[in-house]
Every structure is written in structure tokens, then in C-alpha cells.
Design a protein around this ligand. Structure first.
Ligand code: ADE
Length: 230
């Protein structure tokens, strides 16, 4: 998988890859990461990329020319490039999207800053628009990272242990059961005693019950979908 990030702030994204599981995936050549700065594509001598909104109103918008030239050149050298714009007005990004996009060869994430990106860029180049949650961030860099992290862990070989993929929350319709480690009692709080007895059928059944109660409590929306099917 090739990830390209179009951003004015490469450092925000690059630092994540210095210290994560994804660093190992890059070393194993399962992933490659590259950056494109719209400022390098401006025709004005000051490297200006933003301007006032045509409609008036506060805030600057990234104007079309640098992004058109940049994205055209990416598409020209990599026709399979699939272009994603993170934006609060996109559809909600889910685990299904992460799995589906993990099958692509080349994903391009275009991060806006300021008030946003001129709509004509989006109209011309977007394959998909995604929102990562109902809140507004100061730019597209964090959402791009969130999505690329979720996507890359679905690429074969990126996680050391492929089992960790199939058992986890959102792979199943319920949230994951709580997990515990050693010691059995810590500050008078105990690991559920069933977990310590080694009967795997009983442990699984208890974990399923815990999953259900946790989902019912924290995510009633997921729980009703689950109940409707079971
Ligand atoms: N840009 C700013 N906020 C965002 C969000 N919640 N999701 C995706 N892109 C964004």
C-alpha cells in the first residue's frame, strides 16, 4: 500500500510514523509513505495557497490552482491513485471502510486547513469524502492519520498477530469484553475468578456476556442492531 499525504504540515503526520507499528510495516515494505506540499505547486512567488472566501465571511480557503496541479500530477503518474478528502461534511468513516480501502494500491489523503478547500477541487478529484466523528478539528491531518492507521492494520502482515484483528471490537457486532493481566488482585480489585480457572468454554461464555453488557451500556445503538439480528 502506498499512502500519499497532501498537506501544508508534513511534520504533523510524519512524526506518527517514527514511533508506531506502522514504522515496522514501512521497513517490511508493506507500506510506503510520501508527502506533497501544495506550496510547492503555487505559481505566485510568495507560495500563497489560501485566499478570502468568494461569498465573504471569515476565514481563508485553499484556492484551486496549487491543488489542481498537484493532484493532476499524482493522477498522471499513478492512475490507480484513490483520492480521499477528510471533512466534517463527509460520510462517517467505519471499520468496513477501513477493510475495503485496505485492498487499494494507492490512497491519497488531502488535508485542508483554514476554513476548508475550494469546492471545485473536491468536485474534480474526490473519490470519497469522510468524517471521523461529529466534532470539528483544526485540519485534515489528524483525520487522515486516523483513517490510514485503521486501514493499514487491515493489510496482511502489518499486525504481528493476525488473530488480534478478528476478535476485536467492530469486527464483531459487539464491543470487546474487558481484558485483564497480572496480578490476580491489585489494590483489592480482582480479575474475574472464572478467568483464572482455565476452563476456556466458561471463559468464552463469560466474555460474551460481558461484551453484551458493555455494548448495551456504552453503545445502545450497536446493541439494538445486534439484538435485531440475534
Ligand atoms: N476536518 C475537520 N474536522 C473533521 C472531522 N471530524 N472529520 C474529518 N475531517 C475533519
Amino acid at each position: 500500500m502506498r499512502f500519499s499525504y497532501v498537506t501544508l504540515f508534513e511534520g504533523l503526520i510524519a512524526s506518527y510514523f517514527e514511533d508506531s507499528i506502522l514504522k515496522r510495516a514501512i521497513a517490511k515494505e508493506l507500506l510506503s509513505v510520501e508527502f506533497f506540499n501544495p506550496r510547492d505547486y503555487t505559481l505566485n512567488k510568495h507560495g500563497k495557497v489560501d485566499d478570502y472566501q468568494a461569498s465573504g465571511g471569515a476565514g481563508l480557503v485553499l484556492f484551486p490552482q496549487p491543488l489542481f496541479d498537484l493532484l493532476r500530477s499524482i493522477k498522471h503518474s499513478s492512475p490507480e491513485a484513490y483520492i480521499i478528502f477528510p471533512t466534517p461534511s463527509g460520510k462517517l468513516f467505519t471499520q468496513n471502510d477501513a477493510k475495503r480501502l485496505a485492498k487499494k494500491k494507492h490512497l491519497v489523503f488531502v488535508s485542508g486547513r483554514y476554513e476548508g478547500i475550494d469546492e471545485r477541487v473536491i468536485e474534480t478529484f474526490a473519490d470519497e469524502l469522510f468524517c471521523i466523528g461529529d466534532y470539528v478539528l483544526t485540519g485534515g491531518e489528524l483525520p487522515s492519520l486516523v483513517m490510514s492507521d485503521a486501514i493499514s492494520r487491515n493489510i496482511k502482515g502489518v499486525l504481528g498477530n493476525e488473530d488480534s484483528l478478528s476478535m476485536e471490537s467492530f469486527e464483531s457486532p459487539l464491543l470487546e469484553a474487558p481484558c485483564f493481566s497480572k496480578p490476580p488482585i491489585y489494590e483489592s480489585k480482582s480479575v474475574p475468578s472464572e478467568f483464572l480457572k482455565g476452563n476456556h468454554a466458561k471463559i468464552t461464555s463469560l466474555k460474551n456476556k460481558m461484551s453484551e453488557s458493555k455494548t448495551k451500556y456504552f453503545r445502545p445503538d450497536l446493541f439494538s442492531r445486534f439484538s435485531a439480528k440475534h
